[in-house]
Design a protein around this ligand. Structure first.
Ligand code: GZL
Length: 321
């Protein structure tokens, strides 16, 4: 066999071998271990649905664990993902601290970690590859700016505010509180007279609002709730106290879930600041890029708006969550 023909023959054999290998490699789906905070709110339900649907669309093998809002359950789930040698670990950290050890274990196992929705406080930023989520401080500012504008348009009278905080130690609770306080600081007539966690749930939001009403009663002019679910729980408490939510007590909330649009259409909620839960597609794309060795941004934010009651009816049909 002369050299040129022999070389062509060998090249053909090599090409055939490579072609045969590709489908085998390509056929192995990516496996992502995902630890979710829980199922505490409408927002969380939409976030989970987005992640599961995006995994299905992307052909990703998703191992999903619900932590029932307990950090130790998330640590356990991450350790289990490491033991199962998943390709990528992703999670929404229920609180900001206490992650160094388990994230170091993931790093030592050479499994990349992607944060979604909430971030963590760690001394070594290389413990996670990317954080995909909202700017919660800005969400708090937007809530505060709406109230500053409301105060100006309504006689600039003193307004006593009660605040339903999210889960203690969580990034959204800490940052929304910071942003809101920063935005209203310029008007000393806007005063936060009570502030307590409602843990992002309707039930707890109602319970804490009942306590606020018992201790402060008609002194309350405004409720700032860190999420719509606590606002909706508080609306029930306000009505049971014989007051009109959205009128006797102005309500400012965050998330932009369907329940908030329903309440705004009924005149019971004044504004909701959007917090986009539809992070699934971005998570899947980012995970695929990480595994393919492509560079990914350390911080990926999402577009969000502010929806006052006057636009609720018009916008509601376009809402995706
Ligand atoms: C925000 C998310 C918060 C929502 C709540 O990104 O972490 O947790 O605002 C949810 O509704 O419970």
């Amino acid at each position: 066999m002369t050299l040129p023909i022999r070389r062509t023959f060998l090249a053909a054999v090599a090409a055939a071998a490579c072609a045969a290998a590709i489908p085998a490699f390509a056929a192995r789906p990516l496996t992502i271990g995902f630890s979710q905070v829980g199922a505490e709110s409408e927002w969380r339900t939409a976030n989970t649905a987005s992640i599961k649907e995006a995994a299905k669309q992307a052909g990703v093998n998703l191992k999903f664990a619900d932590a029932q809002q307990q950090q130790q359950n998330q640590v356990k789930a991450i350790r289990s993902f490491i033991a199962q040698r998943v390709d990528v670990i992703a999670f929404s950290p229920v609180v900001e601290t206490g992650w160094e050890t388990v994230l170091r274990e993931a790093k030592n196992a050479k499994i990349p970690v992607i944060l979604t929705d909430r971030s963590v406080k760690v001394s070594d930023p290389s413990l996670y590859v990317s954080f995909i989520g909202s700017d919660f401080v800005e969400e708090g500012r937007r809530a505060g700016r709406w109230l500053m504008d409301y105060a100006k348009k309504n006689g600039d009278r003193p307004l006593n505010i009660v605040e339903l905080q999210g889960t203690v130690g969580s990034a959204p609770a800490t940052d929304r509180k910071t942003g809101f306080a920063e935005a209203i600081a310029a008007n000393p007539k806007l005063k936060i007279i009570r502030s307590q966690t409602g843990d992002f749930t309707r039930a707890k939001g109602k319970e804490v609002m009942e306590a606020f009403l018992k201790s402060e009663g008609k002194k309350i002019n405004v409720l700032f709730a860190h999420n719509d679910d606590m606002a909706i729980g508080a609306i029930q408490a306000i009505e049971e106290a014989g007051l009109k939510p959205g009128k006797d007590i102005v309500i400012v909330s965050i998330d932009g879930v369907r329940g908030a649009f329903e309440a705004m259409k009924q005149g019971k909620l004044n504004v909701t600041v959007e917090c986009n839960p539809l992070l699934g597609p971005t998570l899947m794309q980012t995970a695929q890029n990480v595994v393919a060795g492509k560079p990914v941004p350390k911080r990926i934010t999402v577009e969000e708006g502010v929806f006052p009651a006057e636009v609720a009816a018009k916008v509601f049909p376009t809402r995706k969550y």
